[in-house]
Design a protein around this ligand. Structure first.
Ligand code: ADP
Ligand code: ZN
Ligand code: ZN
Length: 742
């Protein structure tokens, strides 16, 4: 008798274990295969994780596997191991980790292969000709169908249905089904696009990775200014990987997975490239996934979850724009695709290349020679734009001075002038509002003063409900000032500029101009985003106004002006990464201008013109920014020097939510008192209201914990995870180093 260890595909944590089933005689199973098994009174889907000859349980208590769902293992063995690692690292269930690894559509058999019914002659040509003669007058439609089929098999949908049925009965025609792959690619492949000759910096980067791989050094950080040709480096590395018979995964932020990017990879790798992202239809996704699993596609381009693509013989994973927050999942399991990528690469002996013009502080820190070799990234650098094109010139406009001068508009004199000139020259401009989620901080428009928490060095949030300012890290509270404590101005107010308001201001300035707006409201629907961009690309608008979704990957040769309406919006988000996010956004935006011959002009409006994030983004000086930011993080004990975690408590009953948060704080405190050696790893811990105190009618509180970055601190996180499982009237979520904490 053989036995199968099975993980059932159900959510409950108490079911997160391997159940044993017997394998009926004649049934062939392999690890990674999906099966249907009896579970209590029900039948459920599950994953075979191991096969054994023996079983500890009494034989009569072991039930048999009912049937396999597919004839082959859907999950690769290495992905089974990876799921195990995810369970330990992210405190998730095995089933939820495994679920990331196959398209949702495959589970519960919601999508099937698309079948095409085909008709074909079931007789030789002579017989068909004789039949046509006989039917010509008696059954002209049948004769017509036979004539069409004489040219070869064809889809039955295009043929006369009743004639076909009759012919089939007579045995003259047969009907069969073939699988039709749904392709997400709209345009046919433009074949034979030549690889350009690499610049010497690109060639060096490619060589270093290839040599590193030979020496078994696996992790690289490619720091390349905007327009330095990072993508071409990836492409050349992928070519090498394919030549050695292996495959590659390229992760791109969802937002930059535009059809242009996808077509671009396809033009270089043809049908060998597959794409996986959430805008595909379920059928497309299912078919692309199977093309990869079968080995027909060896290059996968996709968003975060493509890190789980079922590629055998993995040689390389590229993570482009590695600083993007979207690589971190904000749903369970809360995995970080960059970490998962490295775990996969380690197991497969593959190389990991992270690329960005503005790497996150944590990543760049790892290029330091003092970092232990197993954690270190090897730094590769592209410091110049391809073809020696200059970086754009950036002007910083002090909005405080505009107010002193009597200009209360959100467009400065310089930006108004530039917009008018740009329109007169027949060029295009982009106006950018770097809004992130919500931002309700209080700031002085005249001098840039912002109300901050002295203890935590983040801006305080304005709560309309009780007219108070709060720090969401430590809970400090105070009344918002009526006048600026710094300069006495009354232009102190709650900040918030929307795309719509900017659109109105621009329309008033340029009544004849055609405007396009891109934000969450205008980009609903499958291709909302794409439609606006392609219309802008066809020059159907003169000015494009949008949020950060326009900051990336756009290459419009006629854009000569880029304006940032209020750089302060992201500078003052209540998050310790506010300066980093601002630097990243501004660098990306500035990188949009002057892609073609024209050098282009960038105008950044701000109330804090001397802020280092703004000054250094204008100069595109990543290293200087890194040094400054790193010093501040060390001083204020923020990541990468510490880890932040929280237990988020939500529920409809405010009293229950508050009580639970407070009792969690106490329980955790008691635990730390018992395990006193762990206590020294905690910098601080507080139960307080979350920055967004209510979402969709649910109250939100949090137990916020700051820990030193030491392996032992994982024990504290494990304890927090344990606490998060006692959910009765409220929901509790554990978030570790989340990309935002609203
Ligand atoms: P990045 O991703 O670093 O911002 P891109 O990869 O978008 O830069 O490259 C910028 C432009 O330079 C693209 O239009 C690309 O096709 C072009 N390019 C890249 N490498 C070369 C090269 N070796 N020769 C000519 N053009 C190149
Ligand atoms: Zn002021
Ligand atoms: Zn504080």
């Amino acid at each position: 008798m053989r036995y199968a260890g099975v993980i059932v595909d159900l959510n409950a944590e108490e079911l997160d274990q391997v159940y044993t089933y017997s394998v009926p005689n004649g049934m062939v199973l392999a690890p990674g295969q999906r099966v249907v098994v009896p579970f209590g009174p029900r039948q459920v889907e599950g994953y075979v994780v191991r096969l054994e000859e023996q079983c500890e349980l009494e034989p009569q208590r072991v039930k048999p596997v009912i049937r396999p769902l597919e004839a082959y293992p859907l999950l690769l063995p290495e992905l089974l191991e990876l799921a195990q690692w995810m369970r330990e690292t992210y405190f998730c269930t095995l089933a939820s980790a495994l679920r990331q690894m196959i398209p949702a559509q495959l589970r519960r058999e919601r999508v099937r292969a698309k079948k095409l019914r085909m008709a074909q002659l079931n007789c030789d040509e002579d017989q068909a000709q004789i039949a046509i003669q006989g039917k010509k007058s008696r059954a002209p439609r049948q004769a017509e169908v036979l004539r069409q089929l004489l040219e070869g098999a064809r889809p039955s949908a295009g043929l006369n249905g009743s004639a076909l049925t009759a012919l089939k009965k007579q045995g003259l025609v047969k009907i069969y089904e073939v699988e039709q792959l749904r392709s997400p690619f709209r345009a046919p492949i433009i074949r034979g696009r030549q690889d350009p000759e690499l610049t010497s910096a690109q060639a060096d980067a490619v060589r270093e990775v290839e040599e590193g791989v030979k020496r078994g050094v696996g992790r690289f950080l490619l720091l390349g200014v905007t327009g330095s040709g990072k993508t071409e480096v990836y492409i050349r590395l992928i070519r090498g990987v394919l030549q050695s018979g292996k495959g590659a995964i390229v992760l791109v932020p969802e937002i930059s997975l535009t059809p242009q990017i996808v077509d671009w990879f396809r033009s270089r790798f043809g049908d060998c490239a597959a794409v996986l992202h959430s805008r595909l239809s379920p059928g497309e996704r299912y078919d692309e996934w199977r093309r990869i699993r079968r080995g027909d596609a060896r290059v996968v381009v996709g968003a975060r979850s493509a890190v789980f693509a079922p590629l055998e013989e993995l040689g390389l994973i590229v993570v482009d724009e590695e600083h993007e927050t979207s690589y971190k999942s904000d749903r369970r399991p809360r995995y970080d695709a960059r970490e998962v990528a490295w775990e996969r690469c380690k197991r497969a002996g593959a190389a990991l290349v992270l690329g960005s013009a503005t790497p996150c502080i944590e990543s760049f820190m790892r290029t330091d020679a003092r970092v232990r070799p197993e954690n270190r990234y090897q730094l590769l650098e592209l410091s110049q734009r391809v073809n020696g094109r200059p970086l754009p010139t950036v002007e910083i406009v002090d909005m405080g001075k505009e107010i002193s001068r009597g200009n209360n508009s959100m467009l400065s004199g310089a930006l108004q002038q530039a917009l008018l000139e740009c329109l007169a020259e027949g060029k295009q401009s982009i106006l950018f509002i770097n809004r992130r989620g919500y931002s309700t901080f209080v700031s002085c428009r005249k001098c840039g003063y912002v109300e901050r928490c002295q203890a935590c060095d983040v801006s305080m949030i304005y709560h309309r409900s009780d007219d108070m300012l709060r720090c969401h890290y430590c809970g400090a509270m105070r009344r918002p000032p009526k006048r600026c404590p710094e300069c006495g101005s009354v232009h102190i107010r709650y900040f918030g500029i929307g795309t719509q308001k900017v659109q109105e201001a621009v329309q008033a300035l340029l009544p004849g101009a055609r405007l396009a707006r891109m934000d969450l409201d205008t980009t609903r629907g499958k291709d909302g985003h794409e439609k606006i961009l392609s219309a802008f690309g066809r020059r159907e608008a003169d000015v494009l106004i949008g949020t950060q979704m326009i900051a990336k990957g756009l290459d419009f040769p006629d854009v000569t002006l880029v304006g940032v309406v209020a750089a302060d919006m992201s500078l003052n988000i209540p998050d310790y990464r506010a300066a980093e996010r601002t630097f990243q956004l501004l660098t990306q935006v500035a990188g949009r201008a002057g892609r073609a011959q024209d050098p282009g002009r960038v105008i950044i409006q701000t109330c804090e013109p001397d802020h280092y994030a703004i000054q250094l983004a204008a100069k595109q000086d990543y290293r200087a920014f890194y040094r400054k930011e790193n010093t501040l993080r060390r001083r204020a004990l923020y990541p990468p020097y510490t880890r932040l975690a929280r237990l988020l408590v939500t529920g409809k009953d405010e009293e229950a939510v508050i009580q639970k948060a407070q009792s969690l704080e106490k329980e955790l405190g008691d635990y730390l008192n018992e395990e006193s050696e762990l206590k020294s790893y905690v910098v601080h811990m507080r139960a307080l209201e979350a920055p967004l105190g209510m979402i969709r009618g649910e109250y939100r509180w949090q137990v916020f914990v700051k820990l030193y970055r030491k392996p032992e601190a994982q024990q504290i996180l494990a304890k927090m995870d344990e606490f998060s499982r006692e959910q009765k009237d409220v929901r509790i979520d554990l978030e570790i180093d989340p990309s935002n904490m609203l």
